[in-house]
Design a protein around this ligand. Structure first.
Ligand code: ADE
Ligand code: ZN
Length: 322
């Protein structure tokens, strides 16, 4: 019998990236939305990407099926059920409000639906949760600020802010004022940096946005001083191995820099990013790196422990997981 998946926290997971083709078709039917694919199989066949942008184009297109609170609740419940089966005990979940408000879906519908699923997640699935609201970096800083203001009635539901979407050409410095405002509101701060963008974007995220964790951070390895800083300051990097291969940040999983990152002393975690699109959820990523990179059990346990160390948990909770 296969052993139970190792208990872990998921710290880099876009809820919209958990939209499986079958659910996309069910929601499309429910909402009268026309998809340009004949079937879930045909849609899944389209999941072949040459870079981040080619993925983002399909990711945003499929969001058209998400319209009501029920849709967001169903999406989150489907993820939480899968996450529990993959050994996830705690999930800090990203969502992209601007991708919905720009289509006329109110932010209250998005947060209300997600909150409904998250509210009974511990009881139903044994998964504790938190929500991180991401700004789309290819939209303006003014739009991000507006989004933050629109979210103020729901701040009790949101633990922090993040930054995602097309990285190159949209440096962290663009969002300095937004992150200052988020900090003043008591929100935690993370940002995608160094996925496709240069190591300077990681440095900017630390210096100008005050992030406590870096999402991806792969290209930090190109700057030894930055690596030394990340190690010294124990800044976690939420690495997503299957995503990196599917979006061609890394050629093959066998070439993934995860072992180099661990050897450098970086606080690395393994996560799934957009699992419906990239071929695997949290434990699938653990299994894939174990097999491709020959990681031993102790290293896998360390990676899982890092996920709880890097989580936005209070100390008592953290201890209960470690
Ligand atoms: N949005 C969803 N997944 C993303 C990723 N891997 N990078 C940037 N933005 C994203
Ligand atoms: Zn991501």
């Amino acid at each position: 019998m296969a052993s139970a998946p190792i208990p872990k926290a998921e710290l880099h997971l876009h809820i919209e990236g958990t939209l499986e083709p079958e659910l996309a078709f069910r929601l499309a039917g429910r909402n009268g939305v026309e998809l340009r694919y004949a079937s879930a199989e045909e849609l899944r066949d389209a999941y072949s990407f040459c870079d981040l942008q080619s993925f983002l184009d399909l990711y945003y297109e499929l969001m058209a099926v998400l319209r009501t609170e029920d849709d967001f609740a169903d999406l989150a419940r489907a993820y939480l059920e899968r996450a529990a089966a993959q050994g996830v005990r705690h999930a800090e979940i990203f969502f992209d409000p601007q991708a919905h408000t720009s289509r006329g879906v109110p932010i209250g519908t998005v947060i209300g639906g997600l909150a409904r699923a998250l509210d009974d997640s511990e009881e139903r699935y044994g998964v504790s949760t938190a929500l991180i609201m991401c700004f789309l970096r290819d939209e303006s800083a003014a739009s991000a600020l507006e989004t933050l203001e629109a979210a103020t009635p729901y701040l009790d539901r949101i633990i922090g802010v993040g930054l995602d979407s097309a990285e190159v050409g949209n440096p962290p410095e663009k969002f300095r004022e937004v992150y200052d405002r988020a900090a003043a509101l008591g929100l935690r701060r993370v940002a995608h940096a160094g996925e496709e963008g240069p190591p300077q974007y990681v440095t900017q995220a630390l210096d100008l946005l005050g992030v406590e964790r870096v999402d991806h951070g792969l290209r930090s390895l190109e700057d030894p001083e930055l690596v030394a800083r990340l190690v010294r300051d124990r800044i976690p990097l939420t690495v997503c191995p299957l995503s990196n291969v599917r979006l061609r940040a890394v050629d093959r999983l066998e070439d993934h820099p995860l072992p180099r990152m661990l050897a450098a002393g970086l606080l690395v975690t393994v996560n799934s990013d957009d699992p419906a699109y990239f071929g695997g959820y949290a434990d699938d990523n653990f299994t894939a790196v174990r097999d491709a990179l020959g990681l031993d059990d102790e290293t896998l346990r360390d990676l899982a422990a890092n996920s709880f160390r890097a989580a936005f948990l209070d100390d008592a909770r953290r201890r209960s997981y470690l």
